[in-house]
Design a binder for this molecule. Structure first.
Ligand code: ATP
Ligand code: ATP
Ligand code: MG
Ligand code: MG
Lengths: 255, 255
């Protein structure tokens, strides 16, 4: 099983949208995929049409109450695609885990139990570098970074890379960058084009060729409880996520 | 002095942009204003052209090292407008304050010292409901909530309101909602119009009349280290923030 953390401390850059649509694309071509919602907001859970009030267990339970991952997994309406959903109680996990020994490695330890059940296990991270996110970075084999082509988002990238290096040195020496994906891209906007040039010059092959355009259809999909691939497969947004998933699988040596 | 926390757990909804531009507008009409950057990303600090490497003190120091606010304030290039800047070290404050007595009221206590120095003291919150944000909610007289007109942003609002009620009951009984401002608004987009209708129907007079349009000029301004009001005063973005600041002051009984 390969664990990929989708993360970026900057808010609203497309982490949840990217995690859901890459997972869906992988499931569509036959990979067995799980997605763990590590954000107390639970946007990934809602975007897949899962009712938070009907859940027996959620991410909080696997981190704090020792409930096995297998018991908290729910199947999405998409074949091959399972999910560990998040409820608002996850917000309390941070404070409750602070004094636990090896607090950074809790998620890594619990995911061992499902090591042979999935091909890919994605983690949708909250917009922070808190203990929850550090748990994701320790459990992950690689990191996928959605980046909005805006000045403030770019500023955070350098910070994020420094923090990733720190986690790599201290906790997870084999951690690698799977890639950086440019999201909400508007090719008519000079700022976007300028930032794309900067990022490709600086981060070279880390940056995927595929760019995700800004698209209203993508923003509409969550209100229907579906990933864009199911909401409007022919849309430019859906097609760009399919092409991104192929690039991710290529880097993993799968195709 | 009136303390206003600009907050919303959802990421990328325009918290920093709103905090900076309301503060700038208030300073422009002669109010003495301070803005505290409570986000380890330090986007408010960068957007005002402040060099993080040249700072003697920052938000971390007033929370963890008992440095007085007056010593960490720096003047921005805008008259009447001061700032407590943030550096990346602020990320460590959360874990270091967890075991402090009355950990939620640290910010409230330190701000007392400047009670008579400013008319308004704004706080730009990170995209989370962590201890830093709870400190802001305890120190604040009122809360200003930027809201993007997107489905996922709307979902978080109900959660946010529940958490505000909880802080109000437990720590800060006089806390009130100053208002909800719709940001990045695109009137050609049906989803936006639909959400606006929902929000106004549900939150009634809490929602400001002024709406902030999506505008490339607003997104460009931070890379020049200036608020939109100084970067392009005639732009629609700048004018809408001026009108929003007037609404805020009206609700405070100032005009
Ligand atoms: N390519 C796109 N085009 C248009 N809208 C998009 C696109 N990608 C995401 N969105 C919308 O932008 C908003 C932010 O995206 P999303 O929630 O995925 O970001 P995030 O990084 O997960 O946010 P957070 O930091 O709050 O977790 C959402 O309302 C989403 O529907
Ligand atoms: N009205 C607007 N039109 C276009 N772009 C905007 C607008 N307001 C903000 N932006 C841009 O959108 C991005 C998000 O805004 P901002 O950083 O202010 O949000 P935030 O809520 O503070 O984010 P975070 O959750 O990361 O703290 C920034 O790149 C900003 O420049
Ligand atoms: Mg998200
Ligand atoms: Mg911000």
């Amino acid at each position: 099983m390969k664990v990929i953390a989708v993360t970026n401390r900057k808010g609203g850059v497309g982490k949840t949208t990217t995690a859901i649509n890459i997972a869906t694309s992988m499931a569509a071509i036959g990979k067995k995929v799980a997605l763990l919602d590590l954000d107390p907001q639970g946007n990934a859970t809602t975007s897949l049409g899962i009712d938070k009030n009907s859940l027996k267990f959620s991410t909080y339970d696997i981190l704090v109450n020792n409930i096995p991952v297998s018991e908290s997994l729910v199947q999405t309406f998409i074949p091959n695609f399972w999910m560990v959903p998040a409820k608002p109680d996850l917000a309390a996990a941070e404070i409750e885990l602070i004094n636990t020994p090896e607090r950074e490695k809790i998620l890594k330890a619990v995911l061992r139990a499902v090591e042979s059940d999935f091909d890919y296990f994605l983690i949708d991270c909250p917009p922070s570098l808190n203990l929850l996110t550090v748990n994701a970075l320790c459990a992950a084999n690689s990191i996928l970074i959605p980046l909005q082509c805006e000045f403030l988002a770019l500023e955070g990238l350098a910070d994020l890379m420094r923090n990733i290096e720190r986690v790599k040195r201290t906790f997870n020496p084999t951690l690698k960058i799977q890639g950086i994906v440019l999201t909400m891209f508007d090719k008519r906007n000079n700022l976007c084009l300028m930032i794309e040039k900067d990022v490709r010059a600086h981060f070279k092959n880390f940056v995927y060729q595929t760019v995700i355009p800004r698209s209203v259809r993508i923003a509409e999909a969550p209100s229907h409880g579906k990933p864009i691939l199911f909401y409007d497969l022919k849309s430019v947004g859906a097609q760009s996520y399919l092409s991104l998933a192929k690039e991710v699988l290529k880097r993993e040596g799968e195709i």
